[in-house]
Design a binder for this molecule. Sequence first.
Ligand SMILES: Cc1ncc(COP(=O)(O)O)c(C=O)c1O
Length: 384
Amino acid sequence: MKSVYMDNNATTMIAEEVLSAMNRVSHLFGNPSSMHACGREASKAVEHARRQVAELIGAGEDEIIFTSGGTESDNTVFSLARELIDSGSPRNRIVTSVIEHPAIIETCKYLGTKGYKIDFAPVDRTGKVDLGQLQNLIDDDVLLVSIMMGNNETGTIQDIEAISAMAKSNGALFHTDAVQAIGKLFIDVHALNIDYLSLSAHKFYGPKGVGALYVRKGAPFETYVKGGHQEEGRRAGTYNTQSIVGLGEAARLASESLEEERTKLWAMRERLREGILTSIPNVTVNGHPSDCLPGTLNVSFSSAEGESILLMLDLNGIAVSTGSACATGSLEPSYVLLASGLDIELAHGSIRFSLGRYNTFEDVDYVLETLPPIIKRLRGISTR
Ligand SMILES: Cc1ncc(COP(=O)(O)O)c(C=O)c1O
């Protein structure tokens, strides 16, 4: 049976080049913080990776802090906001959006229970943050505005330049979770006037459990993971040399192939979208029609459960995702789709195809052959 992986927003396969780069440093067991030759050699590899990550987003090397991934990078920013508020900052409100990743939404809900003031900006039908409503939420008591660059479920890309300008003109700090956008969009943190940016290696063909936080030079910072003096006291913990080297190589590959990859991903995504719309009736395409991550296609099928579609595709060797919170066992429909105004039935029938570097047009054609009979069968037995 053919095997097609279209769940690249969940995680990606490690690139061969990344594995080779990691293997090349497998002998560098020295602690990069040690002063002897063994340590210095490992440290050289870590610093090389830092340059590669910095180059990908137009940052300075000293603006990159290695972390354990997107979740830690996001939490670092909210923890620093909390510390600034606790230390008496006259700005004591945080503004984010209703469609952020749980790494942010759940952190904000937690902060809310502790009495911190958090506002969630709404989104429109395409999943775009409503700029008028966001503007209304940003006043001179706002410390931090945090809006993601590209959504993991729908792929909708936010107007980061306008949003960061809005935050900065009101004197607020601006953070963006760019975990899904990295390697797919051209990003220049300085041109976009971003103070903090989160990224994660495993979303762009690097290893799991490693990521980075960009912190603009001069932006306020408080250490989240406390302990040793690594990262100039900004993030404690012995360096994971091999994984950091993997992140660096993934960043180098992304810089090298960004434009070409983006074009191919969009072409495959469009073939998939058009194929689904012509072969299956009553389909809704979710997210923004053009401001969308190039490999992401989120569609809802009326009278068909997302989980059933997922399982039947899986039986045919195709890996995709639904927006439901299956992990919790609750099968709640996607909060992202509901926040975008999709009705609950369609939210239940949503499937996310997320294409990546290793997908081919043949993969798309295989999905287009396999999917229509599955939907027909499920609709035939549907009671809705
Ligand atoms: C938008 C977004 N932010 C943060 C994360 C969390 O990243 P990590 O898995 O590296 O903790 C993810 C992962 O799914 C994500 O999609």
